[in-house]
Design a binder for this molecule. Sequence first.
Ligand code: GDP
Ligand code: MG
Length: 451
Amino acid sequence: MTDKKNLRTPIVCVMGHVDHGKTTLLDKIRGTAIVSGEAGAITQHIGATEVPIDVIIDKLGDPRLRDRFMVPGLLFIDTPGHHAFTTLRSRGGALADLAIVVVDINEGFKPQTYESLQILKRFKTPFVVVANKIDRIGGWVSQKDMPFAATFKKQSSDVQARLETKLYEVIGELYNQGFAAERYDRVTNFQKTLGVVPVSAFTGEGIPDVLMVLLGLAQKFLEANLQYSAKGPGVGTVLEVKEEKGLGATLDIILYDGTLKKGDTVVIGSLGEPIRTKVRALLKPRELSEIRYESKFQQVSKVTAAAGVKISAPGLEGALAGSPIRVATEDNLEEIASQVKSEIDEVRIDTGSVGIMIKADTLGSLEALVHEFQKDEVPIRKAEVGDISHRDAVEASTVEDPLYSVIIGFNVKVHPDARDFLQESSVKVFASDVIYRLVEDYQKYVKEQQE
Ligand code: GDP
Ligand code: MG
């Protein structure tokens, strides 16, 4: 029997193409949670929002469901932008336990939809597809915050047919991507078939259904993975390195295991030796009601997984987004430091031999790119986090084979001196913020060179 008290909150990441409604969906989930529960029922984290199980059950309207679900709630990652998921790596996998892929039912699949699906497939992360913006279907009559079945029943048969047609286009696309999918209420086995929930993030229609499917997935797939000891040392992933007024460089992290306390010694991955430092302050967003305070943050003495928190500590400047952060003791500090270093070295490549160069914005996106190019058996000379520097440009220009005198840049800048150098050189630079674009563009280039 699983002990309820030891299940941590599953971490849920929202993915999908820009403008398909990720932010609106999260706002809606947050909004309904605030409305249905009393103040303080949901907890605002740094980079995340926690919706407790009671609020979700309340929303679903059937108290008997309470005993069916063991998880204490859901922690939704708020990181803006599409790349949250690739940044959110953990050792050997994805940090998010569950995901939502949002697709605009009227627009269909777009580059970042495909990319989201590829990443989820690679990490074997359970997810639900949200077919969003059903209120834009011609003739749709909105029923605010209603479950899908109830609002669907109220639509005319023409409108119902239009929705089904569009929905099965989405399901067909999923099939082409190697996923068996169905409208979620027609799925009998979620282990075999992906559920698609028609939703309007705008009107709230279908939102209860999304929460229901997520809880079901958490229950079926995750129980074993969500066991943790609140007493264990904290382990997390760096979301972002951020300058804050009066604090200097801070880290926004997601803690996915154990406890992190003020004063703890922590080890954090960086480009060179791992950073060893002491936590000066743990910061949470301040409640909106507490406007009399100058700072938008409030201090806490400890946090327990899963949680999002900002860390203030000396020496955080060189920390790497996507890298691990781990609590250490005096006794195991060097051991933990060498584990953190080897985790980063596993992703980084520096062979000095012939091959392409890859530069990426975070450890997670670098890992994903290296994986994709290695799958295609493309030799890699160097792969590291960071902008494209003059040194990188010079190094790439020393490679004679045009197939490998190449720099792949994912979400990174080109330094001005590197740009000048590259313009004069024969180095080929590919830059994009879609992983599979970079892979495809490079493949195309190789074909052209070989003709
Ligand atoms: P994101 O880029 O994926 O985070 O997308 P946003 O949440 O910012 O939404 C992009 C635009 O689509 C905004 O103008 C939203 O108001 C709108 N939008 C999002 N969801 C819906 C929906 O369900 N119905 C309608 N009509 N508009 C929506
Ligand atoms: Mg957004």
